[in-house]
Write a protein that binds this ligand. Structure first.
Ligand SMILES: [Zn+2]
Length: 422
C-alpha cells in the first residue's frame, strides 16, 4: 500500500479534463472531457498522485483522511480567469440609480463610477486592501474557486498601482485560491484628462517597470481597449511595452463597441480576449488560429443591463476555445464562478459540459497554468470540488444555491460537508 494524505472514492462521475484545452465543439462528445465513472483520487501534499477506479485506488493507497463521495460529481477546482478583486469601497447606491433610470454619464457626473472606486482604493492602506482581498478570496474558495486572476487598475498612478500589487503579498498558500496577477491599463486618470499621450508614456515608462519591482509581480499586461477607454493605437503601444518586459497579454475588448481591438490578435500572441459582445465574424477565425481564448463574462453583461451577446454559436462552430469568468468588480459583485457557469448556460447557451470546461481547463489554458490547474491528473495541483449532484448535466439545471460540498485547494481541505475520516 502506498501512503496518501487524502483519498476521495465512490465518485459517481469524475470529470478530469485530462486532454485540454477543449474547444466547445469537441465537447459534443463527452469522452473528450476524460470522464471516469465510479472513480477514486489519491492526494499527497499539494498534488494529485493517482486517479483511477475506486477499487484500484482503495487497493493501492492508504490514507487517514478518506471521503466517500457516494456517487456524486467531482470536478477540478474552478479557475476564475478575469477579476478585479482588489478595490475599496462599494457602489450599491449606483446600482439603485441605474434601476431608477439614471445613465452611466449621469452617475459619473455625480462623482460615481470607476473614479469613485479609484478614490477609495487610493485612500485605503495596503493592509486594508489585503484584508478586503482575503475576505473575497475566502468567499470564492468556499464556493469552489481554486485559481483566480486578479487585475490592478483602480490605482491608475504608479504608486497606487504598485500598492495594489503589494496587497497581494502573503496570500499565496494552500487553502486559498492561487492568484495570477495582471497589470491593467484601465482608464485615463482624471489628473491626465486632457493629456492622454502623457499618461500612455507614464504607463509605459513608469508603471510597467515599477510594477515589476512590486512585492508581487504581474505575469500579464491587460488593456481596457474599447469605446471610451483606450483606442487601438494606445493599446498597441502599451502591449508592446509590456511584452518587452516579459509580460504575457490579455485584453478587454469589444464590450461596448467594435473599435478594432480584437484585430490585435493577429499582431500579438494574446492568451485571452475578454467580453467580446461586439466581436465581428471576421475575427473569429483569427482567435481560433491563434488559440486565443474567447473569455465570456455573462454576469458583467447583466451588470450593465446589456442585451448584446457575444457570438457563441459562431465561436462554437468555428472551434474557438471558450472560457467564462466572473469579472468580479464593484459594478458586478458576483464572486461565485459556479453561479456564472449556471448563468452561462441560460444567457449564452453553453451546454453544461461547455460551461464546466470554460470555468476549469479552458480558463487555466488562458492563464498558461493548465499543466497544473484546471484538470485532475497525476502531478496536477489537488484542486478538487465534490458537488451535491450526480453528473455534470446538473450544471445550470439546478441552480440558485451552493452545490459544493467539498473543496480542496492545493491539497488543503477548505470545506467538507460530507464528513468522512478526516
Ligand atoms: Zn474586467
Amino acid at each position: 500500500m502506498t501512503r496518501a494524505d487524502l483519498i476521495i472514492y465512490n465518485i459517481g462521475q469524475l470529470v478530469t479534463f485530462k486532454e485540454g484545452p477543449q474547444p466547445a465543439r469537441a465537447l459534443r462528445d463527452p469522452r473528450n472531457a476524460g470522464i471516469i465513472e465510479n472513480a477514486g483520487i489519491a492526494i499527497r501534499g499539494e498534488r494529485v498522485i493517482d486517479v483511477g477506479s475506486t477499487s484500484r485506488i482503495l487497493t493501492e493507497y492508504e490514507a487517514e483522511a478518506r471521503i466517500n463521495a457516494d456517487g456524486r460529481l467531482v470536478t477540478p477546482g474552478l479557475v476564475d480567469s478575469h477579476t478585479h478583486l482588489i478595490f475599496a469601497g462599494s457602489r450599491e447606491d449606483e446600482f439603485e440609480m441605474k434601476l431608477q433610470g439614471y445613465s452611466y454619464s449621469e452617475i459619473l457626473a455625480r462623482g460615481g463610477g470607476i473614479y469613485r472606486t479609484v478614490r477609495a482604493t487610493r485612500q485605503a492602506s495596503v493592509q486594508e486592501l489585503r484584508r478586503l482581498l482575503l475576505e473575497r478570496l475566502l468567499l470564492m474558495v468556499r464556493h469552489g474557486t481554486t485559481v483566480v486572476e486578479v487585475k490592478t487598475g483602480y490605482g491608475l498612478l504608479p504608486e497606487y498601482e504598485v500598492k495594489m500589487l503589494n496587497a497581494l503579498e502573503g496570500l499565496d498558500s494552500p487553502g486559498l485560491p492561487k492568484i495570477i496577477p495582471t497589470l491593467l491599463a484601465h482608464v485615463i486618470p482624471q489628473e491626465y484628462k486632457n493629456r492622454r499621450q502623457e499618461y500612455i508614456n507614464l504607463f509605459i515608462k513608469e508603471i510597467i517597470p515599477r510594477s515589476l519591482a512590486a512585492k508581487v509581480k504581474p505575469l500579464y499586461i491587460d488593456v481596457f481597449c474599447d469605446k471610451g477607454a483606450f483606442n487601438i493605437e494606445e493599446t498597441r503601444r502599451i502591449l508592446e511595452a509590456g511584452m518587452g518586459h516579459g509580460l504575457r497579454v490579455r485584453l478587454h475588448a469589444e464590450e461596448l463597441a467594435y473599435i478594432g481591438c480584437s484585430d490585435l490578435a493577429g499582431e500579438f500572441q494574446i492568451d485571452s480576449i475578454d467580453h467580446l459582445e461586439y466581436l465581428p465574424a471576421k475575427n473569429i477565425e483569427l482567435l481560433v488560429a491563434k488559440r486565443t481564448v474567447a473569455n465570456l463574462l455573462p454576469t458583467s453583461m447583466l451588470s450593465i443591463f446589456s442585451e448584446k451577446k457575444p457570438p457563441v454559436n459562431e465561436l462554437r462552430e468555428k472551434g474557438a476555445i471558450i472560457a467564462v469568468s466572473t469579472d468580479y468588480n464593484p459594478n458586478n459583485m458576483n464572486p461565485v464562478l459556479a453561479t456564472t457557469m449556471d448563468i452561462a448556460t441560460y444567457l449564452l447557451g453553453l451546454t453544461p459540459l461547455e460551461a464546466l470546461a470554460a470555468a476549469t481547463i479552458n480558463a487555466a489554458w488562458s492563464l498558461r497554468i493548465d499543466n497544473v490547474h484546471g484538470r485532475i491528473v497525476p502531478g496536477a495541483a489537488a484542486d478538487i470540488v465534490v458537488w451535491d449532484v450526480p453528473s455534470y448535466k446538473w450544471i445550470g439545471y439546478e441552480w440558485g444555491h451552493d452545490k459544493t460540498l467539498v473543496v480542496v485547494a492545493r491539497g488543503a481541505m477548505v470545506k467538507n460537508e460530507l464528513g468522512g475520516t478526516c
